[in-house]
Ligand binder design. Structure first.
Ligand code: HEM
Length: 453
């Protein structure tokens, strides 16, 4: 009862703040973003920046120009910092940090990426074999859990050159799955941030890394090159090593793929002609079309709710200042398209948009699939390849409308999607969700230090 009263008061307060905040912000010249997120940014401590700007779809061309600018590199202190980073801690998400920690992580991730050959036949085989094995254990149903496990098991095998199903790994797949699902809850502030449990998982992961010849070679080289930065800072070194391997290759894709396939398949079900079109294109090995399925889902249902950047130098367009220095921008790409700001054509789910590079949608919105500029995704080629293997295998196996609907159900079991634009989610639920996230984010933030070099 008390619990419910506290929530009601909190939610009512947020609604009041939003309503008054909108009025208040309209009169303030220095704040251009008047949406709910801009307001939360204000409340959440972005006072040090003179401007907070929320950029939406109508600023599309400006956003592209801005992200491509070579001076735009930092994410700054914003929603990601306040909400997601405490959820990740002590894992460091390369997407959320700036400065030397980011440079180091990126360097190590790039060396690992270089050791992976996506064109090698064995890359395909690993995903296909694991998919087959996990489907057979789940009555052939490709639900959210199978999706996440295929990703975890296959990346594990690619990184460590050992199957996670080897007896010596002692059911490690289930442990990792539990850890990924736990991280998913923490990141979107839907779970209790049990730091001791995370530390146990990290210790186990570090043992696997240290006992693996391939990973050890890459890490030893990295340690030697950066020794001077880690003097008396073993904890940071261990965090960076664990994070560079488990965050981009296991945890994030484990979460993202099922968050992407959920809405993708809901849209496919809604459209009677599309399943036949997909089966036909898969049978004809039309890779561009399969990529189109992924890009179209990222355009309409991006799993990243929000993209942020700090503007540290004035940015000019046609000799006029477009963005003043000392500005924090955020772009809610997870809900970039909606009924109020988009045409019917833009809301249509059509993988054919991506078959031709001159197509209007392709030209305008390709940037938002894996971003552009200095902080763009460095695993896009890997992600695109993995998507091709999984979708091709699934549609070849379930080669009719009935079988697709019966067996490919990636939204089942995914109760904790990080996306904020789930269909049928009324605005009030979005506010409650953000209020809960903000509250938990603030609580977590007091508990943990972030990493600095
Ligand atoms: C479908 C799966 C994936 C999606 C949708 C995705 C999407 C993205 C996006 C949109 C960003 C940019 C965020 C921003 O601009 O603020 C990003 C960053 C990043 N991605 Fe991916 N990604 C995926 C898979 C991967 C994989 C498999 C890797 C493995 C190497 C990876 C590594 C990274 C890294 C390291 C960054 C941070 C780059 C930086 O901040 O400098 N991603 N990803």
């Amino acid at each position: 009862m008390i619990h419910e009263m506290v929530w009601t008061i909190l939610i009512m307060s947020i609604i009041m703040i939003v309503l008054f905040g909108r009025l208040f912000m309209k009169n303030k010249k220095d704040i251009e973003g008047t949406g709910l997120l801009a307001l939360l940014m204000r409340i959440s401590g972005q006072y040090n920046k003179s401007q907070i700007i929320q950029l939406t779809k109508k600023n599309n061309d400006v956003i592209k120009m801005l992200l491509k600018d070579s001076s735009v590199i930092n994410k700054g202190v914003g929603m990601e910092y306040l909400l997601a980073m405490p959820g990740w801690t002590p894992v460091i998400n390369s997407e959320s940090v700036d400065g030397n920690v980011h440079k180091l992580l990126k360097k190590l991730i790039i060396s690992i990426t270089k050791s992976i050959n996506i064109n090698n036949n064995s890359f395909d085989m690993i995903f296909k074999k694991n998919l087959k094995q996990l489907l057979s254990k789940n009555e052939m149903k490709f639900d959210s859990h199978v999706c996440t496990k295929v990703i975890i098991a296959s990346f594990f095998q690619i990184l460590f050159e050992e199957s996670i199903f080897d007896l010596k790994h002692n059911n490690y797949l289930n442990d990792l799955f539990q850890f990924v699902e736990f991280m998913r809850k923490c990141i979107i502030a839907k779970g209790y941030n049990n730091i001791n449990y995370k530390k146990e998982c990290i210790t186990k992961g570090m043992n696997i890394i240290r006992n693996n010849t391939k990973m050890n070679d890459i890490i030893n080289k990295f340690e030697q090159e950066n020794q001077h930065l880690f003097v008396d800072n073993d904890m940071l070194k261990e965090s960076i090593i664990f994070s560079a391997i488990f965050q981009p290759f296991i945890i994030s894709p484990g979460i993202n793929f099922s968050d992407i396939y959920g809405p993708m398949f809901k849209r496919i079900y809604d459209d009677n002609k599309i399943i036949n079109e997909i089966i036909q294109n898969v049978n004809n090995n039309k890779i561009k079309y399969i990529n189109g399925l992924l890009f179209e889902t990222l355009r309409l249902y991006h799993p990243f709710p929000l993209i942020e950047r700090d503007i540290e130098k004035n940015i000019y367009n046609n000799n006029k200042i477009t963005f003043k220095k000392n500005t924090h921008i955020f772009i809610p790409i997870g809900s970039y398209f909606n009924k109020n700001n988009s045409t019917e054509k833009e809301l249509e789910f059509n993988p054919n948009n991506w078959m031709d590079s001159k197509n209007e949608i392709n030209k305008k919105y390709k940037w938002m699939t894996f971003m552009i500029g200095q902080r763009r995704c460095i695993g896009d080629r890997i992600a695109i390849k993995v998507n091709q293997i999984i979708l091709k295998s699934l549609f070849k196996k379930f080669n009719s409308k009935e079988n697709v609907k019966k067996y490919i159900i990636p939204f089942e079991g995914n109760t904790i999607s990080g996306r904020l634009n789930d269909e049928n989610n009324p605005f009030i639920f979005l506010i409650i969700r953000l209020a809960k996230m903000l509250w938990k984010g603030i609580k977590y933030r007091f508990g943990y230090k972030t990493f600095n070099l």
